[in-house]
Design a protein around this ligand. Structure first.
Ligand SMILES: NC(=O)c1ccc[n+]([C@@H]2O[C@H](COP(=O)([O-])OP(=O)(O)OC[C@H]3O[C@@H](n4cnc5c(N)ncnc54)[C@H](O)[C@@H]3O)[C@@H](O)[C@H]2O)c1
Length: 270
């Protein structure tokens, strides 16, 4: 799509692990739309090495940062501003990790130590990112920050477990910091609440096959793909959406406003 919506803009993309990652797809679309990029992920993810392939495709440096480490984040922002020779216009926060889910602990038997880490990596990390940018004054006016959420923040999906609480916190940080950054610099902060998507993080949730199929049947447009999500991110990073901030934006083919569909009813009547 040669629309050049992001021509002249500079952005940091967090969370491209492999080619299925929403962040990976978004980096490709941002590059296609004319943006200059810096890619970042946790050092342990960088060791897998796949990100170098993406870095070549979008002509971007890779700067490692554990998103729970303020020194790493400071280095990331300082190095990015130096690389770009100027401030940053957009950030994609595409990070999620549930330690309890990983360790097979259900919601009613959470380990609270793991839970702290989950909330820090998956939610407070957005605060850490925004705070670092704020302290360094690293964002341009009318900058745009997008984080990825899931409807389990509002409705119960039992196996999504502590990640539901993490997403509720993420959406709250989006509103709260969105207020302060809006006042200070007209920076906008939003979450996209994405359909279930087959990625490493997504497929790690128990019962994933069941609920991706259920969501498909419950959405008049079907599930939104990671490429659809990437396109939506480009629009939110562009100047066409300058007055949108502090929102949780459903990007789910209509799933969030459905009660039931004929397709699901047919299954129930079998
Ligand atoms: N896949 C889905 O069904 C779905 C649906 C809605 C929202 N989301 C959200 O989309 C985002 C991206 O996930 P994805 O589905 O592309 O999966 P993914 O596994 O490709 O991406 C998750 C990323 O988080 C990174 N990460 C984990 N711990 C980190 C740390 N300490 N520091 C820095 N980075 C760290 C991982 O390295 C990985 O790149 C997540 O917030 C996820 O919750 C996913």
């Amino acid at each position: 799509m040669g629309h050049n919506l992001l021509q002249g803009k500079k952005g940091i993309i967090f969370g491209a692990l492999d080619e299925k990652s929403i962040a990976w797809r978004t980096a490709l679309k941002c590059h296609e739309a004319g943006a200059q990029l810096v890619l970042t992920n946790a050092p342990v993810a960088l060791r897998m090495g796949e990100i170098n392939e993406l870095a070549q495709a979008v002509n971007a440096p890779v700067i490692g940062a554990d998103v729970t480490n303020m020194d790493d984040l400071k280095n990331l922002f300082e190095s990015s501003v130096a690389h770009f020779g100027g401030k940053i216009d957009f950030i994609l926060h595409s990070i999620g990790m549930s330690i309890n889910v990983r360790k097979g602990k259900s919601y009613t038997e959470l380990d609270y130590g793991f839970n702290q880490k989950t909330l820090d990596i998956s939610a407070m990390s957005l605060h850490r990112v925004l705070r670092t940018a704020w302290d360094l004054d690293a964002l341009n006016e009318w900058g745009s920050v997008v984080a990825l959420s899931y409807i389990a923040a509002q409705r119960v999906f039992p196996h999504y477990s502590e990640m539901a609480d993490a997403k509720a916190l993420l959406e709250s940080v989006t509103r709260s910091f969105g207020y302060h950054y809006g006042i200070k610099k007209k920076v906008r902060v939003n979450t996209i609440s994405q359909s279930p998507t087959r990625t490493t993080a997504g497929s790690g949730v128990k019962g994933f096959d069941g609920f991706i199929n259920y969501a498909e049947k419950m959405s008049p447009l079907g599930n939104a793909s990671s490429d659809d999500c990437a396109n939506y991110c480009v629009s939110l990073f562009s100047d066409l959406t300058r007055m949108v901030t502090m929102q949780n934006l459903f990007h789910d083919g209509g799933f969030s406003f459905m009660g039931v569909t004929q397709e699901v009813l047919n299954d129930m009547e079998k």
